[in-house]
Every structure is written in C-alpha cells, then in structure tokens.
Design a binder for this molecule. Structure first.
Ligand code: HKS
Ligand code: ZN
Ligand code: ZN
Length: 310
C-alpha cells in the first residue's frame, strides 16, 4: 500500500493567513526551521495507479498540482482519483470536493451524519449536483453500529473498516450540540496481499480501549497531531478553547489524561506519524525540544509530500 500525504496541516494550514503567533511569524520570516503546510488530506493506492482520497482539503488544487501521481494520464480529461472517503464534515476536510467539480461524478463514501451535514448546514452536495454530481456510498456507522467494513470498486486488494470515534459535529451542523455516532470516523485499511494495515484518524478526541485495540493492530499510525498541549491555544492568546473542547487529544499528557505520545508508545506500529498539525503546535519547529521528545520515541511528523510505503 502506498500513502501520499497531500496536506499535513490543520484547518487554516501553516502559516495561517491571519496569524502572527511565534510559529507563523517565524516561518514567514525564515527564522524557524519549519515547512509550510496545506490543510490535511492523504491519498492511498494499492497499485500506484488508482488513488482514493481520504478527506478533500480546500487546498486540493495545489495538492494535486504538486503530486505527479495524481495528474491525468490518458485521454484529454482524466484523473487517477477514483473515490473520496470522508472522516467527518469539517470545512477543512470536505470543501475540496468543490475543487473536483470539473471531473467525473464523485464516488463518495461517508456516514449518514456526514451526508446529512453536507446537504443541510453546508449543502456542498446539493451544489455539486449542478456540476459533476456525487454517487453516495453510505457507510453504515450510526446508532449502535459503531464499525463497518467496506470495499471500494477498483481497489480489490484493500479492505476498509470505518470506526466510530468520539468527536463533535462541525460548528455549522444542525446537530452540533448532540454528538452522534458517525460524526467522526477513523479508518483502518488493510492490504489483503500482505496483511499490512494503516490506521488513519486526523481528528481523534480520545483514545479509549476500543481505539487502542484498533491502533495496536496497525503497522502504521497516521493520527491527530493538532495540539501539543491541552491549553496551547489559550497560553498563546489565540483562542479560549482547550484541545478537548475542540475535539483533539493533545500529544502531551495533562493532569487528567494520557497524551497521544504515550498512547503511541503503547502500540507496536512500525511507523507512528502525526498529521493535521495546527499552526500553534511547537512540533512544527524542527529545532524545538518537543520535536526531540517525538524523535526519542520514534514518532514522525508528517509533511506535505511525504510518501509512505507499507
Ligand atoms: C486556529 C485554527 C484551529 C483549529 C481548530 C480545529 C475546532 C473546530 C470546531 C481544527 C482545525 C484547526 N487553525 N473545527 O485558530 O489556529 O470548533 O469544531 O479542526 O483544523 S477544531
Ligand atoms: Zn481540522
Ligand atoms: Zn499561528
């Protein structure tokens, strides 16, 4: 299985257009050793020819342009992107669908909650009916069904499993205030040819026993790297909200919970990689002490253009 990191940043990317924090300003001035990052999305392939997009970032145009694997090959109009799977309905994960409007009808895989949000609060799919249109593939993760196995046509060797994870519906969602099963999923992708598994979860609010079991079964983890600390945004004067309130488990442990670093250390995955990194996160600075901590535990920080072969 091949994995392309198209974008490794959280919403707003890095540096964020309106942000003058130490990291954003430092990156702009060239004072930090820190790469710019687009908003998160990855592409997965079994054969290196056909690709599935996991989330569709608002930066999709730039992301496709800078990855030759995703360029048209045969014929006048063509794309190797055969399907899109959505992990949630957040703006930074779905608005790239509009950027695919010039192409063929989009084969779209998502939960009932996400299809609902994208036809009500943020009616992207209604809009797309006037362009390429979308073919809906419902992932039955809702109510008491917390996981669903599925296949994607053209990717015969890949076995996908969608897993309900704790999280929130987007701010614009009609049911923002009452969490529902299916608002957020993680994905486990196994290549039947060699049994290798990827666990992908760019927005993970909490790692319970179930999540830890799924993570322990993976060869590669590509998980929520949004915040280093619970009160990172508050301490930098950027926001009043904590990581928990925003639906992201920080990498550091806090008084009340284990952090993502310790969670990853408890697993045996060969690759442990962070994605969806917010502009406020000190791990963006390659010279930071936080980056040394990650290195000491064999944890990688993904970057735009990173390629992983499992
Ligand atoms: C900034 C943003 C922070 C940010 C927050 C979240 C909150 C939101 C919600 C996120 C993201 C970036 N870049 N989605 O101000 O620095 O309230 O539901 O997902 O990508 S979480
Ligand atoms: Zn986000
Ligand atoms: Zn910033």
């Amino acid at each position: 299985m091949k994995i392309l990191v198209l974008g490794s940043g959280a919403g707003g990317g890095f540096p964020q257009w309106n942000c003058n924090c130490r990291l954003c300003a430092g990156q702009r001035q060239g004072e930090l050793s820190a790469r710019a990052r687009t908003q998160s999305s990855i592409a997965v392939s079994a054969d290196g020819e056909s690709w599935v997009l996991l989330n569709a970032s608002p930066d999709i145009g730039q992301q496709i342009r800078s990855h030759p694997q995703l360029h048209p090959r045969q014929g006048l109009r063509d794309t190797p992107i055969k399907a899109v799977v959505l992990m949630d309905a957040q703006i930074d994960h779905v608005t790239g669908l509009l950027g695919l409007r010039e192409g063929p009808c989009i084969d779209l895989y998502a939960t009932p909650c996400v299809f609902e949000d994208l036809t009500t609060g943020l009616p992207l799919l209604n809009v797309l009916q006037h362009y390429c249109g979308t073919r809906w593939h419902m992932l039955p993760v809702a109510g008491d069904q917390v996981s669903a196995e599925f296949e994607i046509e053209g990717f015969a060797s890949l076995r996908f499993t969608a897993l309900a994870i704790p999280g929130k519906a987007p701010p614009y969602s009609p049911h923002r205030r009452e969490q529902m099963v299916g608002d957020n999923i993680a994905l486990l992708i196994e290549d039947r040819r060699d049994g290798r598994r990827l666990f992908y979860s760019p927005g993970l609010a909490e790692v319970g026993n179930q999540e830890l079991r799924w993570m322990s079964n993976a060869d590669c983890l590509l998980v929520d790297g949004t915040f280093w600390e619970e009160d990172e945004m508050q301490r930098a004067g950027l926001s009043g909200k904590t990581a928990t309130e925003m639906g992201h488990l920080p990498q550091s442990a806090s008084a009340v919970r284990t952090g993502m670093v310790d969670v990853m250390r408890a697993t045996t995955a060969r690759r442990k990689v962070l994605i969806h990194i917010n502009n406020s996160n000190p791990i963006l600075d390659e010279g930071s002490p936080q980056r040394r901590v990650l290195e000491a535990h064999g944890i990688e920080v993904s970057y735009d253009g990173m390629e992983i072969t499992l």
